[in-house]
Design a protein around this ligand. Structure first.
Ligand code: ADP
Ligand code: MG
Length: 684
């Protein structure tokens, strides 16, 4: 068979249908996806530490002999403990509910283990370590790439699959970056980079490979944005909006005054719409800053000028909430409709007919309304809410196949100024930096894990007063650390601190309808406490919620914590937020402490940027980086600035039409990831 990078991973050496399924669940479908499944760190087995010299919280490698082995029943299945001695002390390797490990480890075995050590129950423990048997070296050298794994697919199995299959496919990898860029920035060619990210011969080479991919990702994204911007600029004049009386009447009908920041943003939008150029504007504003009213203003302006408006939301629940709000606030000024994938066929058909006939002025819905079967009568404006939940690709495709929509996107994620230009480089930006009710601050407290009962005592009290509360966890199921997982915490609370209280559980691993049901039950007050992952970050608005406990808090950036905190105290009452790292004395305590006193999302985002780098602002889904796990590439501001500069230069060279390098592969890759931008522009 002809080898190809588009080939299904199922047919690779050492991968069967079952393993292929596991890989698929990590987003890996093709050989290309597998190559782009980058390790997030490497383990240098040449650096071994004596047990005597360990410190709590260290990420280390130890080497010794297995001197004891025991399996005990635990709350969530058997717990396997293997004592390893190196002559200077003993460290216990611990596996929770991982039965197959018991078959792998034997007493007397020489072992090299690496992972994070903790001091617990008067002994050293290393939970779920990465193992290498002494003497086993697989020809891979002392450096091992470590991948995000899951139950049923360990990092070492992923590593083996990649290493066993790498060679024949490497030759198919095309160079994307021109040689002058590679040499100017000390990067590697693509083949060399793939080789060294997965099978590094030294940690320095691994770092360079990683920087190459970081550069590549930002560069491709910048190419897409700049191409998009050029094409937008090339679109001829559009009819300027001239009438704004309808939105004016709407604003006057509101039971409150607009804040200064809202009024300013509306003014920005008015100017965009009154000009003969298409609007492409981002509104950034904290949760609760009142973006919806601004969106309605813009939608009514479209209606006033004879166009239809669309409001796109990332989830069904949020779309429905918007639908209700719009009916209530603007129902008398415009005919409002709702569309989502879950509508019954007949209902959907009717909505589509009315949209086509122009008898719906404003359509609110999920991405179902971007499908080509939606025929608009005269779409003039499309507003996207919670933009950070969509990707650049979706954003670029927003108006695919539509005649002339102005575009307004709204986001509650504060992006540091220096990055806004990168991630939203093709957009104009308005910021709503003011909350309508002033800031009734959420009382925020960072607690040690051992003090978490105090948090749950307050939470109980709030529930007894008739309020509701959230408990947020960074993971769905146990994996390495039960303490951080929603399923574990849910069980634990149900039987412990919160016994007798109705608790719901919501996470992205549930079937969609079950998740929707759980959210619904909580919004209706049927459940008092919702244990959840960040799925609640958008798409749920319960003014009665006054308390939040965030478990495993060290896993979150401050900006995300801030988003989460914005979910409580929306009804104007005093609210309480507790932030709890999953282990004692964690190094992130100082970082978390800032969160007690800083309430400005932008300031928190800037601190995040300084402390954790910009990677976190490039979520995979959020910014359309294909299947590449960008957060693990260690993107730096320096890389961003340089990649942006180079992308600008390349676009210019291509435009001038005398490239010295064959840019075909590069342009194809941009199109593969971000859609056919040219076609996109033509169809507008
Ligand atoms: P977000 O920016 O998070 O989408 P919303 O648009 O949902 O915020 O607004 C939050 C709440 O504040 C809503 O109940 C809304 O009616 C109210 N609101 C919006 N603007 C004002 C204002 N200027 N004064 C008082 N309340 C306002
Ligand atoms: Mg909103």
């Amino acid at each position: 068979m002809q080898l190809s990078l588009d080939q299904d991973v199922r047919y690779l050496k050492g991968v069967g249908p079952k393993m292929a399924k596991e890989l698929n669940s990590l987003g890996v479908e093709t050989v290309q996806d597998l190559l782009d499944y980058f390790p997030f760190r490497i383990e240098d087995f040449s650096q071994i530490k004596r047990i005597r010299d360990l410190n709590p919280g260290d990420e280390v490698t130890i080497s010794g002999k297995v001197v004891s082995l025991s399996t005990m029943p635990g709350r969530r299945g058997p717990v396997l403990r293997a004592g390893v001695s190196d002559g200077s002390g003993i460290c216990y390797l611990v596996w929770y509910n991982t039965p197959y490990m018991a078959k792998t480890i034997r007493r007397g075995m020489q072992i090299i283990a690496s992972g994070k050590v903790e001091w617990r129950r008067q002994s050293w423990e290393m939970p779920h370590p990465l193992l290498q048997q002494s003497g086993e070296n697989n020809g891979k050298g002392p450096i091992l790439a470590v991948y995000h794994s899951k139950a049923g697919l360990s990092s070492s199995v992923i590593s083996r699959i990649i290493c066993d299959n790498l060679d024949p496919y490497l030759n198919l990898v095309e160079e994307l970056l021109p040689p002058d860029i590679i040499s100017r920035h000390g990067l590697m060619g693509q083949r060399e980079a793939y080789e060294n990210i997965h099978r590094p011969s030294s940690s320095a080479k691994w770092e360079t490979a990683r920087r190459t991919f970081a550069f590549r990702e930002v560069f491709l994204q910048q190419m897409a944005l700049l191409m998009m911007k050029k094409e937008n600029e090339a679109i001829g004049p559009v009819p300027a909006f001239t009438r704004f009386s309808l939105p004016q009447v709407f604003v006057e009908s509101l039971p409150f005054e607009l804040t200064r920041a809202q009024a300013k943003t509306i003014e920005d939008i008015r100017q965009d719409l009154s000009s003969p150029r298409l609007m492409n504007r981002l509104i950034q504003g904290d949760v609760g800053s009142g973006k919806t009213v601004v969106a309605i203003w813009a939608l009514l302006a479209a209606v006033n000028n004879g166009y239809q408006g669309a409001l796109l939301a990332p989830t069904e629940i949020l779309a429905r909430q918007h639908y209700e709000t719009l009916q209530e606030l603007s129902g008398e000024y415009a005919k409002v409709g709702f569309l989502s994938g879950s509508l019954a066929a007949s209902e959907k058909g009717e909505v589509l007919d009315r949209v086509a006939a122009g008898s719906i002025d404003i359509l609110i819905g999920t991405h179902a309304m971007l499908e080509p079967y939606v025929k608009w009568s005269n779409l003039g404006l499309i507003v996207t809410d919670e933009q950070h939940r969509f990707g650049v690709k979706q954003r670029l495709n927003l108006s695919y196949g539509m005649q002339m929509p102005h575009v307004l996107v709204m986001s509650a994620t504060p992006i540091p100024r220096s990055l806004a230009l990168t991630i939203y480089g093709d957009l104009d930006i308005s910021v709503i930096d003011e909350l309508p009710h002033g800031s009734s601050k959420v009382q925020t407290k960072v607690l040690d894990y051992s003090d978490r009962k105090d948090a749950y005592a307050v939470l109980r009290e709030e529930v007894q007063k008739g309020h509701q509360a959230y408990v947020v966890c960074p993971q769905i199921s146990e994996g390495k650390s039960g303490r951080k997982s929603a399923e574990y915490v849910f069980e634990e609370l149900s039987q412990g601190y919160l016994r007798g209280i109705e608790i719901g559980l919501a996470h992205g691993g549930m079937p969609k309808d079950l998740l929707a049901q759980q959210m619904q039950d909580f919004s209706q007050g049927l459940t008092k406490v919702l244990v959840a992952t960040t799925v609640i970050e958008v798409g749920i608005d319960v003014p009665n919620a006054t308390c939040m406990v965030i478990e495993g808090a060290e896993s979150f950036g401050l900006a995300t914590l801030h988003q989460l905190r914005g979910r409580i105290g929306r009804g104007g009452q005093q609210a309480f937020c507790f932030v709890i790292p999953s282990s004692e004395g964690t190094s992130s305590m100082a970082r978390l402490k800032t969160f007690e006193t800083v309430f400005d999302g932008f300031e928190l985002a800037e601190i995040d940027l300084l402390q954790r780098g910009p990677g976190q602002f490039f979520g995979v889904r959020q910014h359309g980086m294909g299947n590449v796990n960008v957060q693990d590439l260690g993107i730096t501001v320096d890389v961003i600035v340089k990649a942006r500069e180079e992308a600008r230069r390349v676009i210019e060279i291509i435009e001038e039409g005398k490239p010295s390098f064959e840019y075909g592969a590069l342009v194809n890759e941009v199109r593969r990831r971000f859609g056919d931008l040219a076609q996109h522009a033509r169809s507008r």
